[in-house]
Design a protein around this ligand. Structure first.
Ligand SMILES: [Zn+2]
Length: 137
């Protein structure tokens, strides 16, 4: 199978709720696999499978940093397509919290620490993510 980007493989890659959710999660920047696991609460095998489809369609690239594998969108124009789909179906894109207090990926640890130091007086965390299972392996 060719790894060349073509319209059909892109549309096929988009034709799955989990993969659309992953792309939304990567809309504003890269995220490590561990973060996506914490965000969605999926098994890693399932997540990897969906990431692989997106990568084979030429939409994602990954990079390894220490123990973490980060994924990012390499065709930002895919969001034009996704937004058009939202418009056609009259659905809003899901706003995903960029930082999870329950996640231990480097970005969440860093931003979470900064957030805590800025708002010591607040007992409640500023980001609520009740619907996401608070697990990160
Ligand atoms: Zn994280």
């Amino acid at each position: 199978m060719s790894s060349q980007t073509d319209p059909i493989s892109i549309l096929k890659a988009l034709a799955h709720p989990a993969r659309l959710a992953i792309l939304e999660a990567l809309r504003y920047g890269e995220a490590c696999v561990c973060h996506l696991e914490a965000l969605f609460g999926w098994r890693q095998a399932y997540l990897s499978q969906q990431l692989m489809v997106l990568r084979n369609a030429g939409l994602l690239a990954d990079r390894r940093e220490g123990w973490n594998v980060y994924y990012r969108v390499i065709i930002p124009d895919v969001f034009v397509v996704i937004d058009a789909l939202h418009q056609i179906t009259d659905r809003k894109s899901t706003a995903l919290p960029p930082i999870l207090t329950s996640c231990s990926c480097p970005r969440c640890r860093q931003e979470g620490a900064r957030e805590t130091s800025q708002s010591n007086h607040l007992k409640e965390p500023t980001i609520h993510h009740g619907q996401y299972p608070p697990t990160c392996h």
